[in-house]
Design a binder for this molecule. Structure first.
Ligand code: FO1
Length: 316
């Protein structure tokens, strides 16, 4: 039995994680999930990316929105609105149970990694889904004109409209890696680490700012392969290229590879970005990275694993 570790944010990353889950034998995938977007809302502990990964890997996602549960109802939100309560961040009825149960267990002193593992089990997921840390890390967006915003204020309440001047990851410098991830990273059967096509600045950077994570990637003896989230100079979803431009970066896969720098051994990019492949300082694999169908996801996952396998014996 081998092991593959995938680093993921929300929907883009979760889709490749789903492809990996279908491609690998049961139990061989561990998905590490960004918790920089986590926040407290209406007294509840919300972990948006963990939930997106749980719903996607168990086939319960909302494919249109990319967040929340498919086929959810909205009675709770309707009542909150009727009471004049907060309505900017929407919580569906089914997912409310997830937030309430997570909050109850966190308040009882349990670790987020334990709770997430149990939820994954209840959802029938055979691999591991693990938060990047059990400690509090909060992604903050430094904006022009509106000061520093909490991630969900920027992302949902302000719809990513403010111009981004920089990012901060509060708590990351002191955060630890959950012990279960140390076990996976030191498992001799670990074959590859895959950085899924999530937004590098919003979803992957919070992990890289945790010293134990940066060291783990730097010292990894297995290939670390990143997949670019850009197609034809645009992110399929979300503000990646808007943020890149605002940070003074060329919105291309080359800037993303540069962001990962010497942490990665290989880089997968879409055919529409092939012209920047010569600018990328590590081995590249150019292919179709769009993941509209299950067949797309599995083909891409298979190619990523094969590309990782091509480093075997080369020494990374
Ligand atoms: N995104 C929105 O744009 N609007 C929402 O009302 C919203 C609610 C929401 C509830 C639960 C959840 O797990 C995610 C939710 N998201 C919502 C998505 C989320 O804020 C972001 O997509 C992620 O944090 C970025 O990966």
């Amino acid at each position: 039995m081998t092991q593959v570790l995938a680093l993921s944010g929300g929907i883009g990353g979760a889709r490749l994680a789903l492809g990996l889950q279908h491609t690998l034998p049961p139990g061989e995938l561990t998905v590490v999930v960004n918790t920089g977007d986590d926040f407290e809302h209406l007294g509840l502990s919300i972990s948006p990316d963990i939930d997106t990964v749980l719903y996607t890997l168990s086939g319960q996602e909302n494919p249109d929105r990319g967040w929340g549960r498919g086929g959810d109802s909205w009675h709770f939100m309707a009542e909150i609105e009727r009471l004049g309560g907060e309505r900017w961040f929407r919580l569906g009825d089914k997912e409310l149970a997830v937030h309430i149960e997570r909050t109850r267990r966190l308040n009882a002193g349990e670790k987020l990694s334990r709770i997430t593992a149990d939820f994954a089990g209840h959802f029938g997921i055979l691999g591991k889904v693990v938060p990047m840390t059990n400690d509090m890390v909060r992604t903050m967006v430094v904006t022009e004109g509106e000061g520093t915003l909490d991630f969900q204020q920027y992302f949902v309440a302000r719809r990513c409209e403010p111009v981004v001047k920089g990012m901060a990851y509060a708590g990351a410098a002191d955060a630890q890696m959950p012990p279960v991830l140390q076990e996976v990273l030191t498992d001799p059967s670990l074959q590859a680490i895959v950085i899924c096509p999530s937004n590098p600045w919003l979803s992957i950077a919070p992990m890289l700012e945790i010293p134990a994570w940066r060291e783990a990637l730097q010292e990894a003896t297995v290939p670390v392969i990143a997949v670019s989230p850009l197609l034809n100079g645009h992110a399929v979803r979300g503000p990646a290229t808007k943020i890149m431009s605002e940070l003074g970066l060329e919105p291309s896969s080359a800037s993303i590879a540069q962001f990962y720098g010497n942490l990665i051994d290989g880089f997968v990019l879409d055919r529409s970005e092939a012209h920047v492949a010569p600018e990328i300082g590590v081995a590249t694999h150019v292919t179709a990275t769009s993941m509209k169908t299950p067949a797309d996801r599995q083909r891409l996952a298979g190619e990523v694993l094969e590309f990782a396998g091509s480093f075997r014996g080369v020494g990374v």
